[in-house]
Design a protein. Structure first.
Length: 252
């Protein structure tokens, strides 16, 4: 059994309010890439998880990550392997996408997903959707021409805490989310104060049709009219910034 934990991006993300319980009310458009981490499962007498891949070391200190939490929530006993291909704490769904992949493999609906984290319901769907509330009130959304769009994901190699970024938000409601192409990511400004390299990433993506930060960062994405334009941008960025992580992908 094998399932891709599709990388999530936020095409736009408007923060509307900080609630009394400390959470934030947002409006966002989720989209998902064709690529991501890969979760595999074999028969086993007990639950176990082996993490491999280029970003496995980042999870070495997390014995109770969201994959195991999701598995325990629905009573899974299996030998799991997570090929961690996406950077951690990067605004791409991360553990939420991994947990959602577990739920797709073994069953577990929206109620279980909501109990695991705000992004898990959207990642369980892994299709374009509008998210409201904490991001966990999810409704599928059809955007003509979006599927198959060539996308370039770029991360400067700096992990970024979602909680820290939300805490740094200035509390100003800049208005509702309408047309996502004319939207924004209200977390970009606070994220840039914590990781100034985000500005450099967005500058490197300036040739894209649309370039924005995803989620709470620090990964940014560019959407391109053609595969050739995307790949040319990737080559230029890789040459100028060899330490950055890049993924050449398409939207689902």
């Amino acid at each position: 059994m094998r399932e891709i934990a599709y990388a999530k991006i936020n095409l736009a993300l408007h923060v509307r309010a900080r609630e009394a319980d400390g959470y934030h009310r947002i409006e966002t458009i989720f989209a998902f890439c064709e690529d991501g981490d890969v979760l595999s499962a074999r028969e086993g007498d007990a639950l176990s998880l082996d993490v491999t891949g280029p970003f496995a070391a980042a999870l070495a200190g997390e014995p109770d990550n969201l994959v195991l939490t999701a598995a325990r929530a629905i009573g899974v006993k299996a030998a799991l392997t997570l090929d961690k291909r996406l950077p951690v704490a990067a605004g791409l769904g991360g553990g939420s996408a991994d947990a959602a992949a577990l739920l797709r493999l073994f069953g577990g609906g929206d109620e279980v997903a909501r109990g695991l984290g705000a992004d898990v319901p959207a990642c369980l769907l892994s299709r374009t959707a509008r998210g409201e509330g904490r991001g966990d009130a999810v409704a599928p959304l059809s955007i003509a021409g979006l599927s198959g769009t060539h996308a370039l994901l770029v991360n400067p190699g700096v992990p970024l805490s979602t909680a820290a970024v939300f805490a740094a938000w200035d509390g100003i409601d800049r208005g509702p989310l309408g047309d996502w192409e004319r939207g924004r990511n209200d977390l970009e400004a606070p994220a840039r104060t914590l990781v100034p390299a985000i500005a450099d990433v967005l500058e490197a993506l300036s040739g894209a049709r649309i370039a924005r930060m995803s989620g709470s960062g620090a990964t940014c994405f560019g959407l391109y009219e053609s595969e050739a334009a995307r790949d040319a941008a990737a080559a230029d960025i890789a040459a100028a910034h060899p330490g950055w992580w890049l993924s050449q992908t398409r939207l689902r």
